[in-house]
Every structure is written in structure tokens, then in C-alpha cells.
Design a protein around this ligand. Structure first.
Ligand code: SAM
Length: 292
């Protein structure tokens, strides 16, 4: 087996060879501990028949662990300076395809269709750039990709918010937006010391497994997220006050909002953080005709 990229010595060698300087603006914190990478790959439960989509391969530290454990890896890297580096470091792995692209602008579904023909089990596995974690996740969820799920590292605070349950302080519109599509679980917390350079924040790995069906069918998913964002705008306010303040013409539609809450059996004096995703779904369906 080849020597791991993710040791401090090899990483420094590679960075020196290419005169690479980190760009903070691209969230470049590379992993320098192979054990963390082994654990990430373990949580993805890949087989020899699986495919992996990676966002931001950096110098290929995680990419090579994926390449050793599945059939095909497709990695999207935004930083053109890393493309020749990856060609070099990943040359022992013919099952890796690196795409020089901003993943937010990429047609990931098309890439999967072209590059992962015949592969039935696909996971997104990545150490995400922290400045765009949420946009990347939301894009990939909205794209309805033919994947089993995600095992991704991110800022711990964001992982806690994504996986939070109703009634907890971290529960909010992000929990609903992600848990509407997936079962979310933090599987590992990761110390700053395993990165080069070290980030200012703690990290965590979250596993998101796509639901077979959403917990509740909603008329319009975007409207569900409009309602949940409004409900959490001011956490100390009641659901009624937040919806009046946050929905378009909400003030004039107080009666319709009260009726919708009543139809769902939701006390208007409750706070948004106590509502389950199912309740948010029902509520958005009841409110929908009054706001469209
Ligand atoms: N996977 C490597 C590792 O674990 O050591 C690097 C992870 S580093 C946290 C994030 C990587 O994402 C960087 O290589 C960065 O250049 C890349 N990146 C940042 N924004 C991106 C975007 N919008 N699309 C694709 N890659 C991006």
C-alpha cells in the first residue's frame, strides 16, 4: 500500500514541492491524521461496489482512503492550483476522477450519470469547506441525487444544529431543512489538532442517511422552509407572533394563521422550537393556500 498522504511529514513534503500556500477564503484545512480518515470511511459503510463523491479533495488525503475502499471516486475541487498536485498524489489510484469545478455550480447529477454508470450505492464523503457547508449540503439535498447519504465533516456547531431534536436549543430551521430529507446523526467529534492549518473551531463528522420518504408529504417544500425560518426568527416569541412577523402580509393574515394552527392542533402560544417536523409539515400545508 502507498504511504498515506495524510501524515504531517508527507503533507509538508507535498506542500513544499508545489510551493502551496493555504487559502483561508476557500476553507483549506487539510487533515494530517490517517486514523480520522479511516474512521470517516468506516462510517460511510462503503463496499468494493460503492461509489464516493468527494467535495474538496485538497491534496488527496481523504480521496486516497476512499479510492482504496470503493469502486470509483469523483472529487470536485475549486482550486486550480491543486489539480496538478492531485494528478501527482493520486496517480496510484486509477479509480479516481478529479473535476476542477465549484461544486455549487456543478451539475452533480449529470456527473454521477456519466461517471458512476452501474454503481448502485453512492455516498457523498467529504471534509467540507466550512465557509460553504450549508449551501453545499442544501444544494446536494435539493438536487435529489441518486445517493444513499452523506458522511461529512463540518464545524461542530453546524453539525449540532443539523442533527438537533425538537425542544433543544440547537433545533432550528436548519435541522428541519436537513432532517426533512435525511436521518441525521453526529458520529464523531474531531479535535483541531488533526488539521493543517488548525481551524479556529471544533469539528464533527455527521452521517445523513436519505429517508425513503419524507416524514410528511408537503404541498411545497420551499414553503415548508419559509414557514420554519419564520417560526424561528425570534426564538423567544410564540409561533403565532413569529409567523405574523415573518410570513408575507402575515400581520393582515392573523386570522388565517390562527385557523391553520388550530386545524393542526397547535397552541398559538407555543414556541417554534417545540414543533416536530411533522407539525411544521402539516402547518405549512394548512397555511399554503393563504399565501399563494
Ligand atoms: N479533503 C481535504 C482534506 O480533508 O484534507 C481538504 C479539505 S478542505 C477542509 C476543503 C477543500 O474544499 C479545499 O481543498 C478547498 O479548496 C475545497 N473547496 C472550497 N470550496 C469549494 C467549492 N465550492 N467547490 C469545490 N471545492 C471547494
Amino acid at each position: 500500500m502507498n504511504k498515506d498522504i495524510a501524515t504531517p511529514i508527507r503533507t509538508k513534503e507535498i506542500l513544499n514541492k508545489y510551493g502551496f500556500s493555504f487559502k483561508k477564503s476557500l476553507g483549506q484545512n487539510f487533515i494530517i491524521d490517517p486514523n480520522i480518515l479511516r474512521n470517516i470511511v468506516h462510517y460511510a459503510s462503503l463496499t468494493e461496489e460503492s461509489g464516493a463523491i468527494e467535495i474538496g479533495p485538497g491534496i488527496g488525503a481523504l480521496t486516497e482512503h476512499l479510492a482504496r475502499n470503493c469502486k470509483k471516486v469523483v472529487a470536485f475541487e475549486i482550486d486550480g492550483r491543486l489539480i496538478p498536485v492531485l494528478e501527482d498524489t493520486l496517480s496510484p489510484y486509477p479509480n479516481v476522477k478529479v473535476i476542477h469545478s465549484d461544486v455549487l455550480k456543478a451539475d452533480v447529477a449529470k456527473v454521477i450519470e456519466e461517471e458512476m454508470q452501474g454503481i448502485k450505492d453512492i455516498m457523498v464523503v467529504a471534509n467540507l469547506p466550512y465557509y460553504v457547508t450549508t449551501p453545499i449540503l442544501m444544494k446536494l439535498l435539493h438536487d435529489r441525487l441518486p445517493i444513499r447519504g452523506f458522511v461529512v465533516m463540518m464545524q461542530k456547531e453546524v453539525a449540532d444544529r443539523i442533527s438537533a431534536k425538537p425542544g433543544t436549543k440547537n433545533y432550528g430551521s436548519l435541522s428541519i431543512a436537513v432532517q426533512y430529507y435525511t436521518d441525521a446523526e453526529v458520529v464523531m467529534t474531531v479535535p483541531k489538532t488533526v488539521f493543517m492549518p488548525q481551524p479556529n473551531v471544533d469539528s464533527a463528522v455527521i452521517r445523513l442517511i436519505k429517508r425513503e420518504a419524507p416524514p410528511i408529504e408537503v404541498v411545497d417544500e420551499d414553503f415548508l422552509f419559509v414557514v420554519s425560518r419564520a417560526a424561528f426568527a425570534q426564538r423567544r416569541k410564540t409561533i403565532l407572533n413569529n409567523l405574523q412577523a415573518g410570513l408575507p402580509s402575515g400581520k393582515e393574515k392573523k386570522q388565517q394563521i390562527m385557523d391553520a394552527l388550530s386545524a393542526c392542533g397547535i397552541d398559538p402560544s407555543r414556541r417554534g422550537e417545540t414543533l416536530t417536523i411533522e407539525e411544521f409539515g402539516k402547518l405549512s400545508n394548512e397555511l399554503y393556500p393563504h399565501f399563494h
